[in-house]
Write a protein that binds this ligand. Structure first.
Ligand code: GLA
Length: 427
């Protein structure tokens, strides 16, 4: 049994692909007739893994993502009118619309994630017109690794550049782009997601994890803190396992989890579950009981409150270099693994967003020697991550692949995930 690996393209390869595809798709109408078009530039944005802090973003909680080396690339040329024309190596059909026709409830298909970003920037008062663009991506699609945010955020950074909005230069500007990409996803594409994915795609940095604090009213620096994350120094790496179980957020389950959290917060008289601390958890659960015959609101609340506490604890361990005074030690590494395992158990038992494939990937990772493992992203399928000693990567992957084969499941795919760069210009 050999494990199937999904390598990332180099930035040069990704850029070359979309540059070529742009010339083959769009033509410049010069006096000498149609000649292959040249884009204004090439941009890209990464997928992400979330180390810990799941289903906390829309509860004003903490998350700890890193950017993947796997990116979505676009070549784009601005237009003077308000037409958007898109083609993608991953889509059979091109997508065309007038920006003036894009509004909530009116845009359909994958182009909604793109045109929605232009719509949101215009809504925020930025002068954006139409554009022609092509897309190609090595971010696994539908694997809870944020392929949709990578798409939207590649366009967010490109539109900022070509329309001279100046929003790509620092975290404060990028936070404006995060808001636009998130509005596009929520209001135009109709996915009620919480902001983790867009923040990761636009704010992460190589070699760093990003500690996000979703309490309202924080400035860009308080919202997103960069934490050096040198796993190799601790003899570790992060293995990502795409379980290949279909993952879909635009269905009712994600929205249903959000609604349960909002209902619990309303019963408790707080604006978000972030207000409940682990010390106050038992009291909060007792106060929910009269409104919660089947225990659902209490299970959801317990996950959210304990998950933000685990995220703070893991972020602290990462800040300390998984050891004392920056020197990694076994106790800190084991504690990091235990926090990941507890996160998965909470998502499985209390939040109920894992599936057979992601539970198996986690169990088989641990049985194969991983230090810790958990699902990552929204759940209901998608990917898991495992914290693995450098020498054990192949062994853990083989173990997971064998467990899936034995269970008669589609073979999983594997990625390595060194913390990589945020959205930016490639050429
Ligand atoms: C999806 C959403 C995010 C976040 C995660 C769960 O990835 O897009 O906003 O809620 O699920 O942590």
């Amino acid at each position: 049994m050999s494990a199937q690996w999904l390598p990332a393209w180099s930035r040069e390869e990704g850029a070359e692909r979309v540059r070529r595809q742009f010339s083959a798709t769009f033509h410049d109408d010069g006096e000498l007739g149609p000649v292959p078009g040249t884009a204004d530039g090439v941009w890209s944005a990464p997928g992400r893994v979330n180390i810990i802090g799941e289903h906390t973003d829309y509860n004003a909680g903490l998350c700890l993502p890193t950017a993947l080396p796997h990116r979505t690339y676009i070549a784009l040329e601005k237009r003077a009118d308000d037409v958007v024309r898109l083609a993608s190596a991953q889509a059979d059909e091109p997508w065309t619309a007038r920006l003036s026709d894009v509004r909530p409830g009116e845009a359909e298909g994958w182009g909604a994630y793109v045109a929605g970003v232009a719509w949101a920037l215009r809504e925020a008062g930025y002068p954006v017109t139409g554009f022609d663009a092509v897309v190609d991506s090595c971010v696994p699609f539908g694997a809870s690794l944020s392929s949709s945010a990578a798409l939207g955020c590649a366009f967010a950074i490109a539109l900022s550049d070509v329309f001279d909005l100046g929003l790509g230069d620092d975290d404060a500007g990028r936070t404006v782009l995060v808001a636009a990409a998130r509005r596009a996803e929520n209001e135009i594409a109709g996915a009620p997601t919480g902001g983790l994915d867009q923040s990761a795609a636009l704010l992460c940095a190589p070699g760093q994890a990003l500690l996000l604090d979703f309490r309202p009213g924080l400035d860009a620096q308080e919202f997103a803190q960069h934490v050096p994350f040198d796993l190799a120094a601790a003899g570790l790496t992060l293995l990502v396992i795409d379980s290949r179980a279909p993952h879909q957020l635009v269905d009712g389950q994600y929205a249903e989890r959000r609604a349960a959290c909002e209902a619990a917060a309303a019963h408790l008289g707080v604006d978000s579950l972030r207000r409940i601390t682990t010390d106050g958890l038992d009291d909060a659960l007792a106060r929910l009981a009269p409104h919660d015959a089947d225990g659902t609101l209490r299970r959801r609340t317990r996950h959210v409150v304990t998950e933000t506490a685990r995220t703070a604890e893991l972020a602290q361990l990462v800040r300390g270099g998984l050891g004392a005074d920056g020197v990694p030690d076994e106790a800190a590494v084991a504690q990091a693994g235990a926090l990941m395992n507890a996160s998965h158990a909470s998502l499985r038992d209390d939040y109920e967003v894992t599936v057979r494939e992601t539970d198996l990937a986690v169990d088989a990772s641990l049985a194969g020697g991983a230090v810790g493992a958990r699902m990552t992203g929204g759940g209901f399928g998608g990917s898991t991550i495992a914290l693995v000693r450098l020498g054990d990567v192949e062994r853990v992957a083989e173990h997971v692949a064998a467990a899936f084969a034995e269970a008669g499941l589609t073979a999983p795919a594997f990625l390595t995930a060194p913390p990589s760069a945020a959205a930016g210009r490639d050429a």
